[in-house]
Ligand binder design. Structure first.
Ligand code: FAD
Length: 563
């Protein structure tokens, strides 16, 4: 086995790993990134790119007041003791510095003034301003050659599967703001008129969300000279006699090689959601690797196992960043249904045709409710999202564009009875999808009544500022609409996730702890490879990427001895 030596070896190329690599190289550490797949970026490249940053530099512009004590109190209450106060405080203290650093390296963000924290009922939450969205990034800055090595975004985040759209634009469209029509037109025109770029690639020059973040990180990494290998999975960690981690074994070009790390190894190899065996061992059942929205072939928990082999302690292994997902033929991964479920005029039912949750609530709790409903024997897996002709005409749902833009006659024929089901009556629809007809009719009747009254008496949908973010502000209750006009539609939802959140337990500097709670020297871990600082919660949009990058930032500070 040939040996090479670096100061820092970073495993994985998601946001946390890349931020750590850039910071380390810039601080004088010779750094190597090893990525298992043929593309850089991991799930981070598929993501919305949002980061949850209390006390961020743009909160003033967004008109939000925040302070350390309030943010810490909120997060601590969300975490429910499943991450130490020490780590929670480290996060709240450092997240804004990390965001500032992103800005310095050419990845500016804007605070989303109206995107509320996910638990408005918890003391210390804010009605907006802690979530930040990346400013658009011009792919030409990365360069075409490097762009080809970066994982493309998912079709669900693009307009017509091609054109990038930012979180602000998506919100404006779904809230039916008048200006959004011009925005869409502008996006399409810009894309189609950009001949010089489109002649070279189908990928949009204008990058938004996770694409903007990862492209920005890759650009910065190239600039500071981080060495990066693709198709080079970590196989094992190497320890010296004292137990210190001193390197890695990676497989490259079909052979294993040892690479030594003078200062440390930073694991950022994502979760284990693509590993069926580990899912069955740790997650609530039923559970299937195919339900996940993360890239195929990537996150199979390799670095969880490598960490365990050197004595690391695992925590939160039964938790995931849940989201309901849909299977869309020809799309490589299942599609996360983050937003549409919140719009007025749809409802989600179990196999008895009954609603069992607030459709507009946070997506991790949505996934947990599906599993809990199933465990009660009520058939929550799959669940069905049901809507009527009026909803269909006006709103997107998963891969279906609003019927006013793409009517059923123009939708791929193979999707009928596969991606969506359609019945002239609710009874007909219920029969097709194997759901109790009386239950479904009753649920639709109640939803229609609640819509008229503006109050959901069963699950209080639309009862808080988070629910209302994606809704129709012109309505009495922005999240409630009648379900009464045939034909009726149903689509199938699975309890998927955007990543698992259990992993190697770390301290406030991202240092990995062993089963006795002692530091394993030389080993750091971030992102979904580590046990989340959020515990069971999702404090606000950006609760996975924010901590991944913040703890990478802290880990490097620890390595170079500069707080
Ligand atoms: P990843 O980004 O998945 O990176 C892990 C990398 O490690 C992968 O490239 C993988 O191939 C590589 N790897 C795995 N095993 C090995 C090995 N043995 N050796 C070397 N490399 C290895 N989160 C937010 O906070 N905000 C959002 O707006 C947001 N939006 C999302 C939208 C969608 C559609 C999806 C799917 C997810 C979203 N998420 C969001 C979740 C977020 O993307 C993930 O939680 C986050 O990207 C995880 O980062 P990571 O670095 O831990 O893992």
């Amino acid at each position: 086995m040939a040996e090479q030596e670096y100061d820092l070896i970073v495993v994985g190329s998601g946001a946390g790993a890349m931020l750590g690599a850039i910071r380390a190289q810039e601080q004088g550490l010779k750094t190597l990134v090893v990525e298992k797949t043929e593309l850089f970026g991991g799930t981070s490249a598929l993501s919305g790119g949002g980061i949850w940053i209390p006390l961020n530099y743009d909160q003033k512009t967004a008109g939000i007041k925040d302070d350390l004590e309030t943010a810490f109190g909120y997060m601590k209450r969300c975490v429910r003791g499943m991450a130490t106060d020490d780590r929670v405080l480290a996060y709240v203290e450092t997240a804004s510095k990390m965001a500032e650093y992103l800005r310095q390296i050419g990845i500016p963000y804007r605070a989303m003034a109206k995107y509320a924290d996910y638990y408005p009922h918890i003391e210390g939450s804010r009605p907006g301003g802690r979530t930040m969205d990346p400013v658009d990034f011009n792919a030409a800055r990365l360069g075409l050659e490097a762009l080809e090595t970066m994982r493309p975004g998912p079709p669900g985040n693009q307009l017509f599967g091609r054109m990038s759209i930012s979180a602000f634009e998506a919100h404006s469209m779904l809230s039916r703001e008048l200006k959004s029509r011009f925005t869409i037109l502008g996006i399409m025109l810009k894309y189609f008129l950009d001949y010089p770029w489109r002649n070279k690639t189908r990928r949009d020059r204008r990058m938004t969300g996770g694409q903007a973040l990862v492209a920005g990180l890759l650009t910065a990494a190239n600039k500071v000279g981080v060495e990066m290998w693709r198709n080079s999975p970590l196989k094992e960690l190497v320890q010296d006699a004292s137990g210190r981690v001193t390197g890695v074994i990676v497989e490259r070009n079909g052979r294993c090689q040892q690479i030594n790390a003078r200062r440390g190894v930073l694991l950022g190899a994502g979760g284990f959601e693509r590993n069926q065996e580990m899912r069955e061992q740790y997650l609530n059942k039923p559970t299937k690797a195919e339900w996940t929205a993360t890239p195929v072939g990537g996150n199979t928990g390799d670095a969880h196992r490598a960490g365990q082999a050197v004595g690391a302690q695992l925590a939160l292994m039964d938790w995931s960043w849940g989201v309901p997902t849909m299977d869309v033929p020809k799309e490589p991964a299942f599609r996360g249904i983050f937003v549409e479920r919140s719009l007025p005029g749809c409802m989600v039912v179990n196999s008895k045709g009954q609603r069992f949750l607030n459709e507009s609530g946070p997506y991790p709790e949505f996934q947990q409710a599906m599993l809990a409903e199933h465990a009660k024997g009520n058939g929550g897996v799959p669940a069905w999202i049901v809507f009527d002709a009026s909803f269909r005409a006006q709103n997107p749902m998963g891969p279906l564009m609003p019927g006013s833009a793409v009517p059923d006659s123009k939708v791929r024929k193979s999707w009928l009875n596969n991606v969506y089901w359609k019945g002239e009556t609710l009874e007909d629809l219920a029969r097709q999808i194997g759901v109790d007809a009386a239950g479904l009719q009753d649920s639709a009747r109640r939803m229609t009544e609640y819509a008229r009254a503006g109050k959901d008496l069963d699950f209080d949908r639309g009862g808080n500022v988070f629910d209302r973010y994606y809704g129709d502000p012109r309505l009495k209750n922005p999240n409630l609409g009648p379900i009464e006009k045939g034909p009726f539609y149903a689509m199938r939802l699975w309890p998927g996730e955007i990543g698992t959140k259990g992993g190697l337990l770390t301290d406030r500097e991202g240092r990995v702890l062993d089963t006795q709670g002692r530091i394993i020297e030389g080993l750091y871990c971030v992102g979904n490879n580590s046990a989340s600082v959020m515990g069971p919660a999702y404090a606000g949009a950006g609760s996975t990427l924010g901590p991944a990058m913040t703890f990478a930032f802290r880990a490097v500070a620890d390595m170079v001895g500069k707080p």
